[in-house]
Design a protein. Structure first.
Length: 166
């Protein structure tokens, strides 16, 4: 007895890096962009996809060890895969901050250097871009939705529906 294939209403395909190729496939009825919706750092060098960062995380300044240096709380959220600079989040705002070459992004604290550090005070936020979306969503239980300078909503992260695991 031969099995009869059901008529499929939806055929999902894709991934951010292959949207244009998947769109050309006649059998596909919907395309998934995945983590590319957030435009994490790993997408910066895609030649088939361009976007602008749509998700950031913030860490508070907790120390000012000296001129041109601040320390933020935590921030060491590496992406999965082979360890390397491309797997670390990067300071994004204020512009001009960089990691200490001896420390990088830390689990407990992250020292940052640059002229912008002199304008930061204890409690101010430093905004980071993550390398991959999954790591961001594993460490924060919700994402705040922002329009302009207003928070307009909150949604639970997709990897646990409002729970964190690491």
């Amino acid at each position: 007895m031969r099995a009869v294939a059901p008529d499929l209403e939806f055929v999902n395909g894709g991934g951010t890096g292959s949207v244009q190729h998947t769109a050309a496939e006649r059998a596909v009825t919907e395309i998934a962009a995945g983590s590319g919706l957030f435009v994490p750092r790993l997408f910066d060098h895609y030649t088939s996809f361009s976007g602008r960062p749509a998700a950031l995380f913030a860490q508070p300044v907790v120390r000012r060890p000296g001129p041109g240096t601040v320390t933020v709380l935590g921030g060491g959220y590496p992406a999965s895969g082979v360890a390397g600079p491309d797997r670390s989040p990067v300071p994004y705002l204020p512009e001009g901050l960089r990691y200490d070459p001896q420390e990088g992004a830390g689990e407990v604290q992250t020292p940052l250097h640059g002229l912008a550090a002199d304008d930061l005070r204890i409690g101010d936020k430093v905004w980071f871009r993550h390398a991959k979306a999954g790591e961001l969503c594993e460490r924060f239980d919700a994402l705040l939705l922002v329009e302009g300078d207003r928070v307009t909503g909150s949604v639970p992260t997709y990897r646990g529906e409002g729970r964190t695991f690491l």
